[in-house]
Design a protein around this ligand. Structure first.
Ligand SMILES: Cc1ncc(COP(=O)(O)O)c(C=O)c1O
Length: 390
């Protein structure tokens, strides 16, 4: 028997391919041609990544501080843009302090495993992002999952934790905008529950910052509860058009993470230019131009939802269109691509089997005509499947 790793992995790759689940990176020519399609797949919700003022901020920081940070933050990898960015994040998010990581994923994994461990309890929404799941598993805490946005089940789990693990610290994990469904949690009720049971809350604002709330401050900001959430986490790589992740909260939280978050301590600092880009993007969020750009984004979201005749208003820039099968999602995506529109098919294991979908993301820089073309194409595909409901 051939026991080589190549043989083992080739067999497994074949299995993925026959299930229609093999993922492949596009070759440069295809990636280039995707660039010519109208993108409904990007998380660059405000179209910032191509803004000249951010490109100039990157160039200026590179010229001044070099292309790489050169070391981890604790070992001479800290450059002025890092501290300036952390200060800007804490002002923007109205928290005492903030810490920047090389990605949102690194922020989640490092933070959760630093603040909670064996003997503690994590209660997590079923639809939380992979980074939160991985952080929870890495922490070694007892993990319990509640059905998506189900307050009754969350309350029952809090009661169970209080009764069965009276000494444990309890951490609730949820998101401001769920990345595949685009909906928001009942955050005020979750905050009330966690306060009643003495639990802590970690809120991932990855898809909410730049989109929801005044100055794009996110859902916690919109509801004016920043001070009641122990840990706010987010990414600088979506609406802010840059790269990296952050955590913000109290000063003791941030000092603890500087000491104990392994993805922070044992990783090279983000490049000074990426910190400078995020700093410029956050400063821009306070401008009149940003206010206009965010309202244009919401006009586009409402236009698409109303053309699609969705019964409910969309709560974010992520709008799923359910195909409910891997085959159909792939067919729809390919058919739209022929019309010059790029909308990715999302399949298992990213979403549950039977809930496969197209994940439409709307941007402030889409034109009305582009959104109308997408809605027309999608409605035609949906109506060609009698009895199909999204
Ligand atoms: C909800 C959520 N959290 C965290 C992340 C990770 O952020 P980053 O891409 O900066 O690693 C993502 C992005 O994919 C996300 O969708």
């Amino acid at each position: 028997m051939n026991r080589s790793i190549e043989n083992h992995l080739t067999t497994r790759l074949h299995a993925l391919e026959s299930a229609g689940l093999l993922r492949k990176l596009p070759c440069p020519a295809i990636a280039e041609s995707h660039g010519e399609l109208v993108q409904f797949s990007s998380n660059d919700y405000l179209g910032l990544s191509m803004e000249p003022f951010l490109q100039e901020a990157a160039a200026a920081a590179t010229n001044r501080h070099g292309t790489g940070a050169g070391a981890s933050r604790l070992l001479r990898g800290s450059h002025p843009p890092h501290a300036e960015l952390e200060e800007a994040i804490s002002v923007w998010k109205k928290t005492e302090a903030a810490l920047v990581f090389s990605s949102g994923y690194a922020a989640a994994v490092g933070t959760i495993s630093a603040i909670i461990g064996k003997g503690d309890v994590i209660l997590m929404d079923k639809l939380c992002h992979a980074s939160l799941i991985d952080g929870a598993k890495l922490s070694g805490a007892l993990l319990r999952v509640f059905p998506h946005n189900n307050l009754e089940r969350l309350r029952a789990l809090l009661e169970w934790s209080e009764k069965n693990h009276p000494e444990a610290k309890i951490l609730i994990l949820t998101e401001s905008v769920f990345s595949m469904d685009g909906d928001c949690p009942p955050l005020l009720e979750i905050v009330r529950l966690k306060e009643k049971y003495g639990a802590w809350l970690l809120l991932d604002e990855a898809h909410a910052v730049g989109v929801i709330g005044e100055n794009g401050g996110g859902l916690a900001h919109k509801l004016n509860i920043n001070g009641q959430i122990e840990i706010q986490l987010g990414t600088l790589s979506k609406a802010l058009g840059g790269c990296g992740g952050y955590v913000c909260g109290s000063k003791p939280l941030i000092s603890w993470l500087v000491n104990k978050a392994r993805s922070f301590v044992y990783s090279t600092a983000p490049s000074p230019s990426s910190a400078a880009v995020s700093l410029a993007a956050i400063q821009w969020l306070f401008s009149e131009q940003a206010r206009e750009r965010i309202s244009r984004l919401w006009e586009n979201i409402h236009l698409f939802s109303s053309l699609m005749r969705f019964p409910q208003k969309s709560e974010s820039a992520i709008i799923p269109v359910r195909a409910n099968s891997t085959r159909l999602a792939g067919q729809w995506s390919a058919s739209l691509e022929e019309e010059g529109l790029f909308v990715p098919a999302i399949r298992y294991p990213t979403v549950a089997k039977g809930t496969e979908r197209l994940r439409v993301t709307i941007s402030a820089v889409h034109t009305k005509e582009q959104i109308e073309r997408l809605a027309t194409g999608l409605l035609r595909l949906i109506s060609s499947q009698p009895g199909h409901a999204c």
